[in-house]
Design a protein around this ligand. Structure first.
Ligand SMILES: [Zn+2]
Length: 158
């Protein structure tokens, strides 16, 4: 139980419900999905390169790592907008404030993209860690190599 979250092996594994809930729970609390600590934010719109506690590179050393997080960002923002629209329609009955919705929802959408931004990145990382747990070798590279990307040669390769 205590070392379940740090158990890392090199093979793909079917994620358990508990491990998945833990990874996503940490992401939604703006903690490192891997270790549950941090800090992970440089500022609200920028993640640190490495987790302050475990040293995990938050982009796992891969270019364009967070492209998939854009999908998560717009999904979360879209769900929020639909929820607000549905509640407003149900709460106001036949006198729907269409003008308020017409101007308010786009503003809410823009604001939610800013508010949800760091969550979307960490949720994406949690999703990746769920399917592709960090191996000890990868974590060692994350902690000890200066090169920012895994595709950059370390001097021993041409
Ligand atoms: Zn960490």
């Amino acid at each position: 139980m205590t070392h379940d979250e740090t158990r890392i092996n090199s093979e793909l594994e079917l994620p358990t419900v508990r491990r998945t809930a833990r990874l996503f729970g940490r992401a939604f609390r703006l903690r490192c999905p891997h270790c549950g600590k941090g800090p992970v934010l440089h500022h609200w719109l920028k993640l640190r390169v490495r987790c302050g506690a475990c040293g995990l590179r938050l982009q796992r050393g891969e270019h364009d790592y967070f492209v998939g997080s854009v999908f998560i960002l717009f999904t979360l923002a879209g769900l929020l907008i639909y929820a607000v629209l549905a509640v407003t329609l149900m709460a106001t009955g036949p006198t729907v404030p269409w003008d308020l919705l017409e101007y308010g929802l786009p503003i809410l959408m823009a604001a939610s993209l800013l508010v949800l931004f760091p969550f979307s990145r960490l949720v994406w990382l949690a999703f990746d860690l769920m399917l592709r747990p960090v191996t000890p070798q990868e974590l060692e590279w994350h902690r000890e190599t200066d090169a920012e990307w895994s595709t950059v040669g370390d001097g021993s390769r041409k």
